[in-house]
Design a protein around this ligand. Sequence first.
Ligand code: GDP
Ligand code: ZN
Length: 463
Amino acid sequence: MVIEQDTIAAIATALGEASIGVIRVSGPESAAVAERVFRLPSGKKCRLPAARSVHFGHIVHPHDGTLVDECILVWMPGPRSYTAEDVVELQVHGGVRVVSAVLEHVLMAGARLAEPGEFTKRAFLNGRIDLSQAEAVMDLIRSKTELARRAALTQVKGRFSEEIRSLRRELIALQAHVEVTIDYPEHDVEAVACAAVIDVGSRLMERIAALAASARVGDMLREGIPTVIVGRPNVGKSSLLNALLRRERAIVTDIPGTTRDVLEEYVNLRGIPYRLIDTAGIRETSDVVEKIGVERSREKVQEAQLAVVVLNGSEPLEPTDIELLRETEAIGRVIVINKMDLPQALDRGILQQVNRTESPVVEVSASQAAGLAALEEAMEAQAVGDRGGIAESSYFTNARQSALLRQAQQDLQLAIDAAKQNATLDIIAVQLQGAYASLGLVIGEAVGEDLLDEIFSRFCLGK
Ligand code: GDP
Ligand code: ZN
């Protein structure tokens, strides 16, 4: 492993008006860099001690000593720091100009400007955190909603990594069992190993599947729950989307079928992220342009997790409405009766009959922004069920990790299938090894030869 040798610096706080700004410096030269730009109130240089400490003073120009700003210097010698390297944090007055000027002086004193994520990368390279934790830190910084933030936090704390490590320990024990049996001539010993692969393997499969499932939840939290807004032309889909976004983005018009294109918006409702997709009105049509839009809408329904089916309360139900209700039965949905500010003509009794999934029905007025709180509540119930439960129990994986989890599932399934067919143990061992390696990559660990050795030595049957 290459441990980076130079000393990096960057602004650690958000740029903008704030009461303090923090410049973080990390690397072997941190103390030397700090000593070049930092002076005690008396004007004297400050020798940083061996232990962590806090000092008050000034930031000055490293060559001519010109005063830049007052500063609180926090000294955190490695390895007990964020990066496990020597770290200095300079707390100065907030504001873009001051913070940038201090950073400039720190760079003048010998530090290099850090690349994005470089502090966290060093924490990983120095073994302070594992890869999934490092990625979770990034997600945490970027998380768009409270729910996503909590899920990311769970992973930073390492619960996800713990589960992966536990799975790997069981896999390697299973593999050891298989490998030590390979050279045994007795057939019944082999049969016992195969039975173990089937039995233990199936249990591990369930646990990996559970991780993968929560990974999908993680994707949704990051990307937003894909939610389609469907309905006949002119029922008020775009108005509803706008009302939810609380800003005018889609074109609202009186001409039916104006929203020909699919329009997507990311929106955070009650702490839950949705990707709201406004579709062209779904109906039988001969108009070519609209037909393309209708097809696109149907596709979007297939891809969605949640549907908001909009009906026009001021008109009776039409065959297209009923068709639409049928087409959305397979996914979570909320039925919205819009235009409740107008005299009502929609027969609630008939709606109840065609609402075979007993989906929640909410009455709103998109144009008057009425009934939206109830709609958001119903969407939440359909989308995530118990909200607290999801945030606490789901992990925040990214596409790379999801792909590796799927790979591990495939390898393990191959091993189980091979065991069921009494295939040779060498083949089973290779597949178990593959699953073990994929899980290791999720948390940035290569196949640990030492771990293998250790477990095999424990397992040795006197060979
Ligand atoms: P879309 O084709 O389903 O997207 O429907 P639009 O959002 O474009 O709305 C069609 C027409 O219905 C527009 O004139 C809107 O102003 C009107 N509209 C939408 N929501 C309401 C509502 O709640 N009450 C009333 N009275 N009119 C509405
Ligand atoms: Zn529209």
